[in-house]
Design a protein around this ligand. Structure first.
Ligand code: AMP
Length: 209
């Protein structure tokens, strides 16, 4: 079962993918997270290149993205399927993905820009376990992860200037991608509470089998 979750930044696709992964036991592939992992290596040339794009909220070039994505999808754990989070982000990437595999379903999680900005500028993440806190899920102690008790941080690209750029880029790229996946796309309401949205997605996923 090969699923894609698309939506603007802050639509909750990452949260949904993490929850869905537990339910359907398939790997959650986030290209953004793969890039963040590589970009943490301070001595890596590729890491430096990625940081340059990501910190400005710009898309990483298609060639680098599809190479890293292909390497990941070829791993053993993806044989039965995967949940791809926030990718493809260009028509070129969608066409490249078609060459690698067949996608069963695309969930397009829609929210307004106003809600996206509100969610992103209030999004804080744990440096240790990656847990995400925001307007809906607040930590018990401000700025500290409930589980790891370490300080939370704000992603560079969740700062106002980068948010604006990321949303601009999103609106530009999403139309041709949705057109490409028209026959297999379901639009979901990303303003719903997390669990409600999850149960709606699960209901649709059951129909794929
Ligand atoms: P995300 O965690 O999905 O918000 O992605 C964080 C950043 O990683 C984006 O702002 C881009 O710079 C980069 N990125 C993630 N996915 C892609 C993709 N499919 N194509 C190009 N750049 C991407």
């Amino acid at each position: 079962m090969k699923i894609i979750l698309l939506g603007p930044q802050g639509s909750g696709k990452g949260t949904q993918a993490k929850l869905l992964k537990k339910e359907i036991k398939l790997p959650h592939i986030s290209v953004g997270a793969l890039f963040r992992k590589i970009s943490k290596k301070k001595t890596s040339i590729l890491g430096k290149k990625l940081r340059n794009y990501m910190n400005k909220g710009l898309l990483v070039p298609n060639k680098i993205t599809t190479k890293i994505l292909k390497q990941r999808l070829e791993k053993k754990d993806c044989k039965k399927g995967f949940i791809l989070d926030g990718c493809p982000r260009s028509l070129i990437q969608a066409k490249e993905l078609d060459k690698i595999t067949n996608i069963d379903k695309v969930f397009y999680i829609h929210i307004t820009d106003t809600l996206a900005v509100k969610r992103l500028s209030n999004r804080w993440q744990c440096q240790k376990c990656g847990a995400i806190y925001g307007i809906d899920v607040k930590p018990k102690k401000k700025g500290v992860c409930d589980k790891c008790k370490v300080e939370l941080y704000q992603r560079q690209d969740d700062k106002p200037k980068a948010i604006k750029e990321r949303l601009r880029e999103f609106h530009q790229m999403i139309k041709p991608i949705l057109k490409h996946y028209k026959k297999i796309t379901i639009k979901m309401d990303g303003s719903l509470p997390v669990n409600k949205l999850l149960s709606q997605i699960k209901k649709e996923v059951k129909k794929i089998k």
